[in-house]
Design a protein around this ligand. Sequence first.
Ligand SMILES: *[C@@H]1O[C@H](CO)[C@@H](O)[C@H](O)[C@H]1NC(C)=O
Ligand SMILES: *[C@@H]1O[C@H](CO)[C@@H](O)[C@H](O)[C@H]1NC(C)=O
Ligand SMILES: *[C@@H]1O[C@H](CO)[C@@H](O)[C@H](O)[C@H]1NC(C)=O
Ligand SMILES: *[C@@H]1O[C@H](CO)[C@@H](O)[C@H](O)[C@H]1NC(C)=O
Ligand SMILES: *[C@@H]1O[C@H](CO)[C@@H](O)[C@H](O)[C@H]1NC(C)=O
Ligand SMILES: *[C@@H]1O[C@H](CO)[C@@H](O)[C@H](O)[C@H]1NC(C)=O
Length: 572
Amino acid sequence: MGYWTYARRRWKWFLWLLVTAVVLINAAIFIGLTGPRDQLSVRQMEDESHLLIARKRLNKSRGNSSGQAYADWEQKDPLGGDRGKHLNQENSQKQDQNLADHGYDANQPKEVDANYNSRTNYTYKDNEEDNDDEEIIELLKEKDDQEDYVQQKGGQSHGARANYSITQVDQFVQKFQSVYKNSPYAVDTESKYLIHLRRITSLRKKGPRLVDYLHEKCTHSWEIFHSEIRQHALYDPDEGYLKSLLKDMVMKEVVDVEQKEGGTQIKLIITLEDDGQSLFKPMRFPREQETLPDHFYFADYERHNAEIAAFHLDMLLGFHRVPPTVGRVVNVSHDLHRLSNKKLARTFFLSPAGNWCFHGSCSYYCDSSHPICGHPIMLEGSMAAFLPPVERAKRKTWRNPWKRSYSKHRKAYWELNNDLCDKIKEKEPYNTGRRLLDILDMAVFDFLTGNLDRHHYETFQDFDNETFLLHLDNGRAFGKSKYDCISCIAPVRQCCMIRLSTLSKLVKLYSGPDSLSTLMRFSMHSDPVDPILVESHLQALDRRVSKLLHIILSCLAKGKSWNEVIIDDGIT
Ligand SMILES: *[C@@H]1O[C@H](CO)[C@@H](O)[C@H](O)[C@H]1NC(C)=O
Ligand SMILES: *[C@@H]1O[C@H](CO)[C@@H](O)[C@H](O)[C@H]1NC(C)=O
Ligand SMILES: *[C@@H]1O[C@H](CO)[C@@H](O)[C@H](O)[C@H]1NC(C)=O
Ligand SMILES: *[C@@H]1O[C@H](CO)[C@@H](O)[C@H](O)[C@H]1NC(C)=O
Ligand SMILES: *[C@@H]1O[C@H](CO)[C@@H](O)[C@H](O)[C@H]1NC(C)=O
Ligand SMILES: *[C@@H]1O[C@H](CO)[C@@H](O)[C@H](O)[C@H]1NC(C)=O
């Protein structure tokens, strides 16, 4: 009785408590909804790369990825129960039955996008005859694959000069040849580009490995990749593991799928049966689709083929700064939906055309009006090898000094002023060592690919400042084949500097006999989803090589001396 009287006397106090609680809960919900969204544009931009994912430990002794193994895993799923529903065989049969009711038949594509290049074979192709241990690009083979390939295709092999010759650049090239006549950077117009590249790359001091991997015992290709990361290059293309890694990313069974949190657009983290992980970016459009003219660079869709092409271009330029990336065709039902958690699985649906689609949840283009669809069930995408987990190899994220404004209304400092380079040159870490020239290499790379979205870059902390820059996230490259992004090359134009080894490669690509487009076409031919780039983008590469040389030339024309512009820092 006492309580009741007490409560009656204190009713105002209780009411007050209730109102306060309601207000607080509402405020929390409100902040939760709006708070992060205001900062979204900034935060997303910083969070783009596949960085902070802790490697999820899967049970290694699981051993096999057969259906039975899945069922075992489902029962003792350490990650929470909801996965079980989607793994459940009965359910997935029911789903297939539903699909059948909708007229779906795996072997009978009902309505295939006319632009979609439908394929019959999804296996990894070797450029050579079935020899796993050979290098991915056979540079110096007696029987010259490349020549054969070019001849088969009826193409001619000439440098960028063939279609994009510039008279002053021709003169500049002659000067270059005479200056470096007897050096390793000499450009011999007869020999192949890949021989030239190999000669320059052989000058590279590899440097030490990541500290945590010094005594690593490796079995899987992705483990070797991690342990072979060196101070001056992410990988060595002449080692067999690179090819095995690319092959594994295509052939190994998918055992887990997660959506990568935090990015602007949908990306999936795919775990394969060897425990290796890759970042999967799905195909959204046919290759011919260009960036929409009214889309800003930060709103552009990501292109899976740009990721693949960027890897090959980086390798052909001898940078070795882009993680190995390869195309793969996955079964949306078997490889993605079945392994998704509840939240992701809810976004899968069957489109009116009978295609398997999903949209995931993210901040741009993750809704049913921007679905990602199989044709009708197989979906193409890019698989980029994960870097070592941050617990084992910390990375440092640096703001790109030539970052864009990421605003519809503002321009960045360097877009209005030409003196950013003079300021940057004085500041650590750009005042010593290789860093500034690496930024310029990155600008060359982004100019060639047409990537405006380079807000940050990363390095491995173990190697301190004297190390290469990772060129991650190239999904917004190769968007406009008719347009050359002159502002992308602003660092080179404003500093009026370029690394000798890089310039030497560009001069070689200009002079021929091989053109960058031919080399790219050949290199990407090994990819399971080849052709990666449509012809107009390949031609753009040659055109941009000529333009790059013209830019260097205009620095010299402005009265700068040869040695001020062309810097030999010994880095290749
Ligand atoms: C891994 O799987 C094996 C066999 O399926 C089981 O015996 C073992 O307990 C599992 N280990 C963990 C950590 O779940
Ligand atoms: C994997 O599965 C196959 C067939 O399902 C079986 O023959 C093989 O022994 C399994 N391997 C392991 C390591 O369990
Ligand atoms: C598919 O691949 C297999 C084995 O690699 C090969 O024998 C077959 O000819 C290929 N089919 C096509 C259509 O390329
Ligand atoms: C020159 O351009 C034509 C037409 O665009 C193209 O077919 C040819 O392959 C190009 N040549 C070289 C060497 O790139
Ligand atoms: C995709 O996976 C489903 C099972 O989930 C299977 O029935 C179908 O045949 C597969 N499709 C292809 C083209 O492999
Ligand atoms: C590397 O650069 C950072 C940032 O400018 C600087 O603080 C640090 O001292 C540099 N490290 C070395 C070893 O010079």
